[in-house]
Design a protein around this ligand. Structure first.
Ligand code: SAH
Ligand code: SF4
Length: 368
């Protein structure tokens, strides 16, 4: 059985061509699935009945299974999705006045083992398929529409989710092919039609894959820097031992030539008395002197078993000021969805583990 959610424009065209169907069927199918958000082949009513009947025999629209849907007091909403084999992933919706952002996962677990990340602490389970990645966007748009969010926008061909950030579980560039195919569907005018500026990929710095991305599918880029020098970054982000800061920054500069934005966003998680001292801010400012960039300072979100603590507000603001005094743009990320463990780095893995640890805390609630 083919899962139609796995197919972008070119794969869909090949699929219909093989069946002896007209090429424009691919476009029609994409529009049904991703614009109208149809959940079954039967509903694609502008396909001839005979075509539909034949299609139903070997194709389906199969998103991951939603096992929990929780809404935080600030409106952040999190879907826990079962992707089989005891693995679960999470997608998080962050409402803001002018946009709706969805934070998407790319892997179940992550092999890169950053020391402050709860996903990394679970180890790597597997790469998500295209259907599992794009399925998060499909599910969120459908669920939000069902709750009455952004209803009229669908009629104008627009969905409640206006922005996607690949900042959930996993390292997107370590699942390169599936992530790029899913992003092509996000950008496709017959599907979600998002502009490249509204899709952001966050990476811990897989340099060769970053260069490929610049050629294949340049979208807005966020890079997890987290340290002002290799000695510290080696400890916090172990992939740094393979691709040290100098190589990473050079790759960022190359990427900007292709990118839809003329800067890179550096993410910097604020770890109390680890990477948040004033002299580290100064070292950081001089490190990125030649890279067009903005900083996003992320207050560390603790999770059980971590040895790190969140920097105090004073230390974060002092750090920010030093960057600003060096003419850098530096913002502090507002933590969202904490009460449903939906904040950065808190996304969890195993369904079983979750049931034990969190069931008593998460209560799905109806949206007002
Ligand atoms: N693997 C990619 C994308 C997923 S992580 C990457 O590392 O960039 C998204 C962001 O959340 C990264 O900047 C990551 O460093 C940060 N993060 C991870 N754990 C965190 C935590 N416990 N608190 C705050 N931010 C965290
Ligand atoms: Fe993986 Fe990103 Fe977490 Fe590092 S911070 S372990 S790369 S998900």
């Amino acid at each position: 059985m083919i899962n139609l959610l796995d197919l972008d424009q070119s794969a869909m065209s090949a699929f219909f061509a093989e069946r002896g169907d007209k090429p424009f069927r691919a476009r029609q199918a994409l529009r049904w699935i991703h614009r109208t958000l149809a959940d079954r082949v039967e509903s694609m009513t502008d396909l001839a009945k005979s075509t539909r009947d034949a299609l139903m025999l070997d194709a389906e629209i199969r998103p991951p299974l939603v096992v929990r849907d929780s809404i935080a007091s600030d409106g952040t909403r999190k879907w826990l999705l079962d992707v089989g084999g005891g693995n679960a992933i999470e997608a998080v919706y962050i409402p803001e006045p002018a946009r709706g952002t969805l934070c998407i996962s790319s892997q179940a677990g992550c092999a890169l083992d950053c020391s402050f990340c709860s996903t990394g602490k679970q180890g790597f389970n597997r790469n998500l398929s295209v259907a599992e990645i794009i399925g998060q966007l499909w599910i969120a748009n459908r669920a939000l529409l069902a709750s009455g969010v952004g209803g009229p926008r669908l009629e104008q061909g627009r969905h409640p989710i206006s922005n996607v950030v690949m900042m959930g579980m996993g390292e997107p560039l370590a699942n390169y092919d599936n992530v790029v195919t899913a992003m092509r569907i996000m950008l496709d005018d017959n599907a979600y039609g998002l502009s490249r500026r509204r899709v952001t990929l966050s990476t811990s710095g897989l340099v060769p894959a970053l260069d490929r991305l610049g050629e294949d599918c340049p979208v807005a880029l966020a890079v997890s820097l987290h340290a002002p020098n290799d000695a510290l970054r080696d400890q916090l982000v172990p992939i740094n031992r393979k691709y040290p800061i100098r190589l990473l920054l050079a790759a960022c500069v190359r990427y900007i030539e292709h990118a839809p934005r003329d800067f890179v966003t550096f993410e910097y998680v604020m770890l109390d008395h680890v990477n948040d001292a004033p002299e580290q801010a100064r070292e950081l400012a001089s490190l990125v002197r030649d890279v067009p960039c903005k900083f996003n300072l992320i207050p560390f979100n603790p999770f059980p078993s971590t040895e790190f603590r969140t920097s105090s507000r004073n230390r974060i603001v002092a750090f920010q000021r030093i960057l600003q005094d060096a003419d850098l743009i530096a913002t502090i990320r507002k933590t969202r969805g904490e009460d449903i463990d939906a904040a950065c780095g808190q996304l969890a893995g195993q369904v079983q583990d979750l049931t034990k640890r969190r069931l008593h805390r998460i209560q799905p609630v109806a949206r007002p």
